[in-house]
Design a protein around this ligand. Structure first.
Ligand code: NAP
Length: 286
């Protein structure tokens, strides 16, 4: 029940109307009898300065950020976590007495979802397809969690240099070896996948009605864990190919769930009831 002491937590982004975050967090608040409410607000880049100021004034105790605000919000925050600094991305703000702390839980959520499947992260070798917001958060957390090497494949376009700078800095700040390749270099892709224990698709390829995959099925091997952070559809062509080739595989629904759980913990210091949320909010899992 909403009362005079109910505390507000928000999602800022655009569009937000199809987000699962309100259902995830409100279900968890109800299950744990926590007096919070989570609402989504359609906020543009031009409005983010006012939205963060509103957090301090009202006060809103925390929020999630989604497209297109994860980087745009940074100038309006007081503190950034190590991971957010390395990947220039914030998906969670915690308001402590008017001081705004920015963090990213996308990478943490991804790593937790792998561990839940029994994947060993220490010393892992990862091939990452894509270098956008989700990919850089994942690579950052992987490097912080002692992955041995990361091979990033990205189209050679206007943002290629940015990816090179990101990789160079991440390698300097961690013990992880990080290399960047042109996505069009299929022989490099084949050789990197051969050396990898993990392949992640962090691009939009395979999402919705798109039935293409960036990886030829013949490149997959049974020692490879294949993950696609897309969760709609729950079984992309990449994952169907992985299944056919005898690989372990996972879609992106648990990444979404575990990143929410990490944000939830930052705001409430409570553990999200993961199994209950999976059952109530996610109808399809693989
Ligand atoms: P983003 O910042 O726009 O990055 C998209 C990346 O995909 C870029 O690196 C882009 O390449 C690459 N890409 C797009 N089309 C491509 C193509 N045809 N060939 C090769 N590369 C292509 O988006 P994002 O926020 O990282 O999201 C990426 C995907 O992850 C989306 O499908 C999103 O739904 C999913 N996601 C899932 C979760 C989860 O919790 N499971 C969380 C966040 C995102 P360029 O760099 O060359 O442009």
């Amino acid at each position: 029940m909403i009362s005079g002491s109910t505390q507000l937590i928000c999602l800022f982004g655009s569009p937000v109307e199809h987000s699962k975050s309100p259902a995830i967090h409100n279900t968890a608040f109800e299950a744990l009898h926590l007096n919070y409410s989570y609402l989504a607000f359609d906020i543009s880049k031009e409005q983010i300065a006012q939205a963060t100021e509103a957090m301090r004034v009202l006060p809103i105790v925390g929020c999630n950020l989604t497209m297109p605000l994860k980087t745009a919000v940074i100038p309006y925050l007081d503190h950034l976590s190590v991971a957010s600094t390395l990947c220039s991305s914030v998906n969670t703000i915690t308001n402590k007495n008017g001081v705004l702390y920015g963090d990213t839980t996308d990478g943490i959520g991804y790593i937790h979802s792998l561990r839940a499947e029994g994947f060993h992260t220490k010393g892992a070798v990862m091939t990452c397809l894509g270098a956008g917001g989700a990919a850089t958060s994942i690579c950052t957390q992987a490097a912080l969690e002692n992955f041995d090497s990361i091979y990033i494949f990205k189209r050679k376009n206007a943002t290629y240099e940015n990816t090179l700078s990101f990789a160079k800095n991440l390698q300097k700040e961690t013990n992880c070896k990080i290399m960047v390749y042109d996505m069009a270099d299929t022989s490099a892709l084949e050789s990197c996948i051969k050396k990898s224990t993990l392949l992640v698709n962090a691009t939009n390829v395979g999402m919705g009605d798109d039935t293409t995959s960036l990886v030829d099925k013949s490149m997959l091997h049974p020692d490879l864990f294949v993950s696609d952070i897309i969760y709609h559809p729950s079984m992309t062509t990449l994952l169907s190919d992985a299944k056919a080739m005898g690989c372990s595989y996972k879609n992106g629904s648990d990444m979404l769930l575990y990143q929410a759980a990490a944000s939830f913990h930052l705001w409430t210091q409570q553990e999200m009831p993961i199994d209950l949320i999976r059952e109530k909010v996610f109808s399809t899992t693989i």
